[in-house]
Design a protein around this ligand. Structure first.
Ligand code: SF4
Ligand code: SF4
Length: 488
């Protein structure tokens, strides 16, 4: 809402606030009117080579997204982010809280990758791969075009009185939207709980799964709210990635951009006007047809330059290319380009900033590879039993008692064998045996015995190897305690 101007009788209470210039795109949102109400967008159906390519890419990615929860690698899901049980599966590999360092490094790698990628290619992710854009533009929007028609028909329907036809169309569309939101919500839930658990929730007694059912309803409502009502506002106001653009982009970043050098000064196309005549009249290639604006799903005018709302969906490129084709001018007035590309004709450059990011990315990549390479299937800790001193047997041998914890990170049972490495003695697991059930923690006691002559002092460092099927899983360091009189 515009701030009231002070009158001679009323003091100026506006402080530093200034009048909103409704003619300046920087002063207001394209999706809000002067009273602050939402302006509902009806973008025109895009068409063109980029839209075609994005359609194919989206089919592939959406198929992976929906099939993902049912894909198994070595019996494990492709991806599982079970925050409740603190269990994570990535590409069939189970990661537990014990693998926090791997997880943290992977996250750092992921975010650094985003930094590098974004500083070079802008919001390519948003336009081509983000699930929000794919589902909104390639699923929900397409259903809307199929039921309500293109932009002008949608506007006419929105302004039409509530007749039986309008009621039917609205009910039909929103029933489909709700059903799809249910599918999307359940897909997300299966990435959190696992598809088996989701199947159990839907087939078992509902009273046994109140928490799961609550999330099911909640997710459905959230997705319905996002795709039926909130739409582009999610990218503008909620997504943190979109908010980071102002610090990640620079003049060398490739974005969807309007070539203002070529396009200005804008002038409407006159019938039978030749390109040379336009040039002679001082007009640029932009014929101010606003086709690039009418297709924009976020309601902005790309000719104003890079804006936070732009999700790089390429619809304006296709729209402008079609116009250029019609008036016989070269395509690419709106295209993928950097500011330096447009102003100075520079190609995409490998800037010092990108080099630093890439260096960090490379270092993190090596660190992650080493961590994964050295990651063990059965994590073992071996600590001397609290309060227990050494024991001496009637034969004169010395024994130490240890507490052992073993955590099996795999999805199959593992039979382990303990061996003393570089230390002459015997090792025996007491009680529960050496079978470690899949994805379980087992605790037990271990007794190590040796001759007095093998000790190097009151405490002797010792290494225990943990093996399964003759293969070394990991080595655990501990100490063996003996009599003080044995000190050399
Ligand atoms: S300005 Fe162009 S690329 Fe950006 S959101 Fe709008 S149509 Fe898509
Ligand atoms: S579609 Fe192209 S020619 Fe038409 S207004 Fe946009 S930039 Fe100008």
């Amino acid at each position: 809402m515009s701030t009231p101007s002070p009158t001679p009788d009323a003091p100026d209470v506006r402080g530093a606030a200034k009048e909103i210039n409704w003619g300046d795109f920087r002063d207001h949102l394209s999706t809000a009117d002067k009273d602050g109400n939402r302006k509902w967008l009806h973008p025109k159906k895009p068409n063109g080579r980029f839209y075609q390519a994005r359609t194919y890419v989206s089919y592939l990615l959406l198929a992976i997204m929906f099939i993902g929860p049912f894909i198994r690698i070595n019996g494990n899901p492709l991806l599982l982010i079970n925050i409740l049980d603190r269990k994570f599966v990535i590409l069939g590999q189970i990661f537990w809280p014990q693998d926090f360092i791997i997880f943290a490094t992977a996250m750092l790698l992921f975010f650094t990758g985003i930094l590098v990628f974004t500083s070079a290619f802008g919001r390519l992710w948003c336009g081509w791969t983000c699930p929000q854009t794919l589902l909104m533009e390639m699923v929900f929007r397409k259903i809307e075009y199929a039921i309500d028609g293109d932009a002008h028909e949608q506007r006419a329907l929105a302004n039409a009185p509530w007749t039986g036809r309008k009621l039917f169309k609205r009910a039909f569309k929103h029933a489909i939207f709700f059903g799809l939101s249910f599918v999307i919500g359940n897909t997300l839930l299966s990435y959190i709980l696992g598809s088996e658990q989701l199947f159990l929730i839907t087939t078992d007694n509902p009273m046994n799964h109140l928490r799961g059912l609550t999330f099911m309803v909640l997710f459905t409502l959230v997705f319905y709210g996002i795709f039926a009502r909130f739409r582009e506002q999610a990218c503008t106001f909620i997504c943190p990635y979109g908010r980071f653009q102002s610090v990640l982009l620079d003049e060398n970043t490739m974005v969807v951009a309007y070539d203002y050098k070529r396009g200005e000064k804008r002038a409407h196309w006159q019938r039978d006007e030749s390109p040379d005549q336009r040039k002679a009249a001082g007009a640029g290639d932009c014929i101010d047809c606003r086709q690039c604006v009418t297709v924009c799903p976020t309601g902005i005018d790309i000719r104003n330059g890079t804006q936070m709302e732009c999700v790089n969906c390429t619809a304006c490129i296709d729209a402008c290319d079609a116009v250029m084709d019609k008036i016989d001018l070269p395509k690419g007035l709106v295209r993928y380009a950097s500011l330096n590309g447009i102003e100075k004709g520079q190609r995409l450059r490998f800037t010092p900033r990108m080099k630093v990011y890439l260096g960090i990315l490379f270092g993190l990549g090596i660190a992650l590879s080493l961590l994964i390479f050295n990651r063990t299937d059965v994590e073992t800790t071996l600590l001397r039993a609290p309060g227990a001193l050494f024991q001496q047997t009637p034969e004169g041998r010395i024994s130490n008692l240890y507490t052992m914890k073993m955590f099996n990170k795999t999805s199959h049972d593992v039979q382990v064998e303990l061996r003393l490495e570089g230390f002459d003695g015997t090792i025996r697991v007491l009680g529960q045996g050496t079978a470690v059930p899949a994805q379980k923690l087992t605790e037990g006691s271990v007794l190590i015995e040796t001759e007095l002559k093998n000790l190097k002092g009151p405490t002797t460092p010792m290494v225990v190897g943990v093996y399964a099927n003759g293969k070394l899983l990991n080595r655990v360091k501990t100490v063996f305690v003996g009599p003080r009189s044995n000190t050399p």
